[in-house]
Design a protein around this ligand. Structure first.
Ligand SMILES: Nc1nc2c(ncn2[C@@H]2O[C@H](COP(=O)(O)OP(=O)(O)OP(=O)(O)O)[C@@H](O)[C@H]2O)c(=O)[nH]1
Ligand SMILES: [Mg+2]
Length: 256
């Protein structure tokens, strides 16, 4: 997975990506899987937002995702524009075991389509698909690594109480076909994912990367002298956990 491409940093294009979605659908877990290949069973709710980065190799180019993982709790909704402003990509997450979370995802998509960058690449992610699969598989992600950061401490038990087992299909509240049809209609990329097993996560970030108009970003950044400069880190909701250290460790990750 990690191939440690040295010197690639100079050529990497920065892509600002924001995650949005109802509380507890697994946004932070999706990012944690992508950035650190880890999963925490009792992840704490995000406060404000968290900032992380991860590189993604695409043929001869390297993208550096600058990821804003927003808080899904309603009290943080008004902060969202600060994070999606100038974003080139968005992942709107819902939970396949919770129908209302798809409705919330749709309202985020509408807001993005009205107010975000008109060229933004939006992916819809139906997360927690491990809860509705007969047996958990783990394509697309390798074994979890243990990293130094550990921001979990208190428990937020709930919907994922060790449910990998019997009659899983009864847990599904959002049929894949329904969400996929909506995504197609709305012009979104669509994935079902599991932060727990890693299913679909790398694939999703890779497909998003392929859709990013890199040449346009490079062209528009000539004026700024900063590739993909897109809002940078201004306006961060600084209460969030900053896992940026994870990014600088030479894990070229992304598997692309
Ligand atoms: N079974 C299962 N549980 C998951 C998955 N993704 C997240 N969870 C669990 O769902 C709970 C919420 O996950 P978070 O990643 O904190 O959700 P969030 O969307 O970031 O929540 P907010 O920060 O409050 O908006 C945690 O207990 C996670 O362990 C998944 O793919 N499968
Ligand atoms: Mg979170």
């Amino acid at each position: 997975m990690a191939d440690g491409a040295s010197g690639a940093a100079e050529r990497s294009v920065q892509v600002k990506l924001v995650l949005l979605g109802e509380a507890a659908v697994g946004k932070s877990s999706v990012v944690l899987r992508f950035v650190s290949n880890e999963f925490q069973a009792n992840k704490e709710p995000t406060i404000g937002a968290a900032f992380l980065t991860q590189k993604c190799r695409l043929e001869d180019r390297v993208l550096r995702y600058e990821i804003w993982d927003t808080a899904g709790q309603e009290r943080f909704h008004s902060l969202a524009p600060m994070y999606y402003r100038n974003a080139q990509a968005a992942v709107v997450v819902y939970d396949v075991t919770k129908a209302s979370s798809l409705e919330k995802a749709k309202t985020w998509v509408k807001e993005l389509q009205r107010q975000a960058n008109p060229n933004i690449v939006i992916a819809l992610a139906g997360n927690k698909v491990d809860l509705v699969q007969p047996s958990s598989s783990s394509s697309g992600a390798a074994t979890p690594e243990t990293e130094d950061e550990a921001d979990d401490a208190t428990a937020t038990p709930g919907e994922n109480a060790g449910a990998a087992g019997s009659e899983p299909e009864t847990l599904r509240q959002v049929p894949r076909e329904e969400a996929e049809a909506y995504a197609q209609e709305a012009g979104l990329l669509f994935f079902e994912t599991s932060a727990k097993t890693g299913d679909g996560i790398v694939e999703m970030f890779t497909e998003i990367a392929k859709k990013i108009p890199i040449d346009q970003i490079l062209a528009s950044s000539r004026g700024t002298g900063r590739p993909g400069a897109a809002g940078g880190r201004t306006g961060a909701g600084q209460e969030g956990v900053n896992l940026d250290e994870n990014a600088g460790k030479g894990k070229e990750a992304c598997n692309c």
